[in-house]
Ligand binder design. Structure first.
Ligand SMILES: CC[C@H](C(=O)O)C(=O)SCCNC(=O)CCNC(=O)[C@H](O)C(C)(C)COP(=O)(O)OP(=O)(O)OC[C@H]1O[C@@H](n2cnc3c(N)ncnc32)[C@H](O)[C@@H]1OP(=O)(O)O
Length: 250
């Protein structure tokens, strides 16, 4: 079976994690969830890795969120909750990865793709790429816990604007809202600033963040968010929106 993620480990201390489903704009399916979970678990214990860089294969997309084709047969709240909570566990593992993480948004980041970027410590984006928490246009809310993470990372008013608006923004607009840290055509320069420090220093600062999130009950808030999305998933509005997307070109 072809792998959905490529990894490139460098002697300079970073590992690139490349979502490799460009024909589906790097959409997340069950296989990608499993592969990402394994990669995170192994990298966390690899002393040679001090920085993860997540990006997408190709030039069109970082990640287009959940694979609407693979998940179209999930109808009930409980069927949806099983899938959503599976990826919610992976997203939490990414958020609390013990070393710095960066999303290099090389192309469209929409829906759950924005949730994955949110779970990273830093977000760099190429000029003009599309960024949008579009879940609202599908009659659902963020389904993997990304909104709870977003509320930890950018000003609340800006988070609500991104979530409730469910619009597609340019990278520049997303930077203005604090979602994108830097507009850049490459991530290496930003990474060098981190790679020059001892891993234990980087891990100590990350632990402060994780402690704050644990004290604030972040995981429980993500689980409640996922349950709300599962309820909306079962709505006619959601199933109709997915059908429209999947039939748009037929
Ligand atoms: C599961 C819940 C999860 C959550 O929030 O927790 C979510 O992520 S819900 C949101 C799911 N994602 C979307 O609604 C985005 C859907 N995709 C798009 O809006 C566009 O494809 C975009 C903006 C990502 C890229 O547009 P572009 O014009 O560059 O490409 P195409 O639309 O022509 O797509 C090319 C090709 O990829 C397939 N595709 C794209 N996104 C998905 C997806 N999310 N799931 C499955 N397949 C996807 C698209 O159907 C085309 O396939 P083809 O066979 O060539 O027709």
């Amino acid at each position: 079976m072809n792998r959905t993620i490529k990894v490139e480990k460098s002697v300079r201390g970073f590992m690139k994690v490349i979502f490799n489903r460009p024909e589906k704009r790097n959409a997340v399916n069950y296989q990608l969830m499993d592969e990402l979970q394994s990669i995170l678990a192994e990298a966390a214990c690899d002393d040679e890795i001090k920085l993860l860089v997540l990006t997408g294969a190709g030039t069109d997309a970082f990640c287009s969120g959940g694979d609407l084709g693979e998940f179209q047969d999930l109808y009930t709240e409980e069927e949806a909750f099983t899938m959503l909570s599976k990826m919610g566990e992976v997203l939490y593992a990414l958020a609390v990865f013990p070393k710095p993480t960066m999303a290099f948004i090389n192309g469209s980041a929409v829906g759950g793709g924005c949730e994955i970027a949110t779970a990273c410590d830093f977000r760099l984006a190429k000029s003009g790429v599309r960024v949008g928490f579009v879940q609202g246009t599908l009659g659902i809310t963020t389904g993997w816990g990304g909104a709870s993470l977003l509320l930890e990372k950018i000003p609340g008013q800006n988070a609500v604007k991104l979530l409730m608006g469910a619009n597609i923004h340019t990278a520049e607009e997303a930077k203005g809202l604090g979602f994108v840290d830097k507009i850049a055509e490459s991530w290496e320069g930003f990474a060098e600033d981190l790679l020059r420090h001892e891993t234990r220093v980087l891990m100590a600062y990350k632990k402060l963040l994780i402690n704050k999130w644990e004290a604030g009950g972040l995981k429980g808030r993500m689980e409640a968010e996922i349950r709300e999305c599962a309820k909306l998933w079962a709505s006619d509005a959601h199933h109709a929106a997915v059908s429209r997307f999947l039939n748009k070109k037929k």
